[in-house]
Write a protein that binds this ligand. Structure first.
Ligand code: HXC
Length: 256
């Protein structure tokens, strides 16, 4: 019961890593609101997560719309009476050669990943600042935020922006308000949106696993465990940190 009594919002929480983080939070005693664009997917995820505990609610929204974000904060506060954590997990991505990426394709991913993270962080951060309470934010990154994202230039640029925002807010909001802001940089994780899009063929999956020193994909439950620790009071001195969970993949520059 590491998170007993805490209320946590997970954007993009109806599937993939978002859903598994929500499951882990609920299992550890938290109240959780998952958000997403598709009502049916949200309701299905709620049914699944409710098997672990009944403190789960859904809110249909698009992180690209600041009005939706404001309504989501109000809904969470009204439903559970407080907000203690936010996971900026909602993402958009597709593989495309950069030369073929349209301005709107670029803008769409930047809007979801970078702007959406800012809108949600700003709304929840201001909620804490106005109330004089503290909270914790986790931003979902990717190791290509500091490496190279060949074929996903839009996502890599957006995640690099989110990495910068993570560190900046950790200092700005940490110093003034005691708000912690950290990031998780997952490698290839099974049963996620990324798995479906970035290494969907058997060939691509094999190549991916070969590049991971531990020779397997990560499990979304492992992301849930890490996020639970970072959200909990056990990590109360962790701020501005970006934790990589990739089986050592990004270090594998010279595989043998
Ligand atoms: C080229 C594409 C494209 C593709 C979309 N576009 N898919 N261009 N190749 N495969 C272009 C469209 O042509 C359009 O540009 C623009 O992008 C917007 O497309 P829409 O379909 O209108 O956008 P929208 O309905 O808002 O959908 C957003 C989306 C979609 C990102 C395209 O895939 C989505 O909603 N995804 C959410 C879930 C997701 O992607 N999860 C995976 C995250 S994985 P034009 O010019 O034609 O108007 C992840 C992994 C991280 O982040 C780390 C892994 C290690």
């Amino acid at each position: 019961m590491l998170l007993k009594g805490k209320t946590i919002i997970v954007t993009g929480g109806s599937n993939g890593m978002g859903k598994y983080m929500a499951m882990s939070f609920v299992a550890e005693g938290a109240n959780v609101v998952i958000t997403g664009r598709d009502k049916e997917r949200l309701e299905n995820a709620k049914l699944e997560i409710a098997q672990l505990g009944d403190h789960i609610e859904v809110f249909q929204m698009d992180v690209r719309d600041p009005d939706h974000v404001a309504a989501m904060v109000e809904f969470t506060d009204k439903t559970f009476g407080s907000i203690d954590g936010l996971v900026n997990n909602a993402a958009g991505n597709f593989i495309v050669e950069t030369a073929k990426l349209s301005p709107n394709g670029w803008k769409t991913v930047i809007d979801i990943v970078l702007n959406g993270t800012f809108y949600c962080s700003s709304a929840v951060g201001n909620y804490w600042i106005n109330k004089g309470t503290k909270g914790s934010i986790i931003n979902m990154l990717a190791t290509y935020a500091w490496g190279a994202g060949a074929g996903v230039a839009h996502s890599a640029a957006a995640k690099a922006g989110v990495m910068s925002l993570t560190r900046t807010l950790a200092v700005e909001w940490g110093s003034k308000y005691g708000i912690r802001v950290n990031g998780i940089a997952p490698g290839p994780i099974e049963r996620t949106g990324g798995a479906g899009k970035l290494w969907e063929s058997e060939e691509a999956a094999k190549r991916t696993i070969q590049a991971v020193p531990l020779k397997r994909l990560g499990k979304p439950e492992e992301i849930g465990d890490l996020a639970t620790f970072i959200m909990s009071d056990k990590a109360s001195y962790m701020n501005g940190e970006i934790v990589t969970l990739d089986g050592g993949q990004w270090l594998n520059q010279f595989p043998f």
